[in-house]
Design a protein. Structure first.
Length: 615
């Protein structure tokens, strides 16, 4: 037995070592798989990103070709136009000036008209107007031969981008587009030539403006000689694409870029990568993704003399490039998501049971809170039921008593008045009869209050401004307050929402509350009337600085016939409570001995059953 236990103890480290080793091996396998997956994802994202860049490059190339298609249509229309407005007509010059004004917006620098011998006859440029023929400006012999060849009737010649050697465009990159003028339909020989001198920088800038690849990528365009026609760096435009880069970063060879540019000028389309020495404001070696496509001009009627001598040379190339780390950033984002999912899985195993326990405890608290709330509601309902039953019993008894003593009181009061008239000469007896009459009047008033309590009138509700009702009652009792030395104040909230209530009953409530407050003040003091609105309710308070009430008194103040006054009936607050309850409101009382009393009445500020928000 001991040997087996000892063997088990000795084998335990081996088991633990095996488990740890297995976990390490699984971790390495997982890490290797994860690395390969990340590289595969990165390659896929690179390819997708470069394909998107290639679509941008194709779109730019399409826009350039569409631009030249328009110029092709424009230039081929001139022979027909010259039949309608011959060059020797008076309105010819004005017509050509107007045509130049339109074409100038498209990057046309000049329109030139040559005769059949290739000599310049007229020229339209900015400022608008024509210039008479300049002998030293003439078509090159090879180009003149092309124009005069009948095989080229209805075709155009597009020259390469080059720097002009004569004024007014000397030193500027230009590109000529020429067609022979076969004005007569049956003409077998050219009657001259018409040339549009194009600003290639304007064209390249227009088609690349606003184009962005990814976050910070941009396009560039080179001509057949590798000169930048468009680039994000404005200082690069018009300069050799490779040379200007070497001048900025002489420590770099730009081998990859040189190979990519050779492919572009060779007419290829595709994607690739190269290392640049910067990107926008960032300086340093920056691997970039590039997509490129050629811009060809020989798809339609445009032809070039170089077609035969060097096929494919007369073209531009467009590339769209972006730093590779933008794609790497996407891969990092995917990697973070993967790690998040794995961490979420492990955390879920631990946190889900804990969350279930927390939810169960929270649910228990919610249930306990709901039970307590329902219990309080039941207790309150029970109190209301007991009060209603008590009020009903009191009402029946009060109605019976009122019925039984009302008529005798009327008789006693009437007889007392009659006897008093007979005994006017006996003051002592008249004083006693006055006491009888006053007591009868007091009992009649008591019976009136009992009648109001036992048979309360149903409130006739209408939309009222509670502030206005408070102000009316304040004005009514202002004289009595001054006579008692009491300061009666108002602190009413402006823009109080209207309420649906019986204005007469609300005046009765306010009168009773304010008079009670007066009676609570022995000599002077302050009674404050306040109003406000919150939680779809409008409220008002009557606050005095009187003697206050003890907790034992507070518990009974709404009971019928309970009073602390020597001559009180104990029905005033009970009637107030009944009126407010009939308005679906509530009455709250806060009071402490020697600290005064505050009675708050809350009323709903919208009709019963409505659901609109309090404005």
């Amino acid at each position: 037995m001991k040997a087996s236990r000892l063997q088990a103890v000795l084998s335990l480290p081996k088991v633990l070592l095996f488990i740890v080793g297995g976990m390490v091996v699984l971790s390495l396998l997982f890490f290797t798989f994860w690395q390969r997956l990340n590289r595969k994802v990165e390659d896929i994202l690179k390819e997708q990103f470069n394909q998107q860049q290639l679509e941008l490059a194709r779109k730019i190339a399409d826009n350039v070709e569409a631009y030249f298609d328009y110029l092709e249509s424009e230039l081929l229309a001139y022979p027909w136009r010259f039949r309608l407005i011959p060059p020797n007509s008076p309105e010819f010059d004005a017509y050509m000036a107007a045509r130049f004004e339109n074409l100038q917006r498209l990057g046309i620098l000049e329109i030139r008209l040559f005769d059949r011998n290739g000599r310049l006859q007229r020229s339209w440029m900015s400022p608008l107007g024509s210039i008479s023929g300049v002998p030293e400006k003439a078509l090159e012999p090879a180009l003149l031969s092309w124009v005069n060849d009948p095989k080229n009737k209805g075709r155009l010649f597009l020259g390469e981008v080059h720097r002009a050697t004569t004024p007014p465009w000397q030193g500027r990159l230009v590109m000529p587009l020429i067609t022979g003028l076969y004005i007569s339909p049956a003409a077998s020989a050219s009657e001259g030539a018409l040339e549009l001198l194009i600003d290639p920088l304007f064209v390249a800038h227009t088609v690349t403006a606003g184009v962005r690849s990814g976050v910070s990528g941009y396009p560039w365009i080179i001509d057949q000689n590798g000169i930048f026609l468009a680039h994000h760096e404005k200082g690069f435009v018009g300069r050799d694409a490779l040379e200007v880069r070497r001048q900025r970063s002489p420590q770099m060879t730009f081998t990859g870029l040189q190979e990519l540019q050779a492919r572009i000028l060779g007419g290829e389309e595709g994607t690739g990568e190269y290392i640049s020495g910067w990107h926008r404001q960032r300086v340093g070696e920056t691997p970039k993704l590039a997509a490129f496509t050629p811009i060809r001009f020989d798809k339609g009627l445009i032809r070039s003399v170089t077609d035969v001598e060097n096929p494919g040379r007369n073209l531009w190339g467009v590339a769209v490039v972006a730093p590779m780390d933008e794609v790497a950033g996407q891969v990092s984002a995917v990697t973070r998501q993967e790690l998040f999912l794995v961490a979420f899985f492990f955390l879920a195993v631990i946190l889900v049971p804990l969350a279930l326990i927390i939810v169960a405890l929270s649910w228990n608290k919610i249930l306990a809170r709901e039970v307590n709330l329902k219990t309080e509601e039941l207790l309150e309902s029970q109190k209301r039921l007991v009060r209603s039953e008590r009020f009903a019993a009191v009402g029946e008894a009060a109605a019976y008593v009122s019925h039984e003593i009302k008529n005798p009181l009327m008789v006693i009061g009437g007889l007392a008045r009659q006897v008093q008239k007979k005994l006017e000469g006996d003051p002592p007896l008249c004083d006693k009869l006055d006491i009888i009459r006053n007591e009868v009047q007091r009992l009649e008033n008591l019976l009136g209050e009992i009648r109001d309590f036992t048979r309360p009138a149903t409130p006739v509700k209408q939309e009222i401004n509670l502030n206005q009702v408070i102000h009316e009652v304040d004005t009514l009792l202002e004289g009595e307050a001054k006579g008692r030395g009491i300061n009666l104040e108002e602190q009413l909230a402006p823009d109080l929402p209207p309420v649906q209530a019986d204005p007469n009953q609300m005046r009765q409530v306010l009168l009773n509350l304010i008079k009670n407050a007066f009676e609570a003040l022995d000599s002077g003091g302050r009674v404050t009337l306040t109003s406000g609105a919150e939680d779809r309710r409008v409220w008002f308070t009557v606050q005095d600085t009187g003697v206050g009430m003890s907790p034992e008194v507070l518990d009974k103040i709404f009971n019928p016939f309970f009073t602390t006054k020597e001559k009180g009936t104990g029905l005033g607050l009970a009637v107030i409570h009944k009126i407010v309850s009939d308005h679906q409101g509530e009455v709250n009382v806060k009071s402490s001995p020697e600290e005064g009393t505050t009675i708050t009445v809350k009323l709903p500020c919208e009709p019963e059953g409505a659901s609109s928000e309090l404005s």
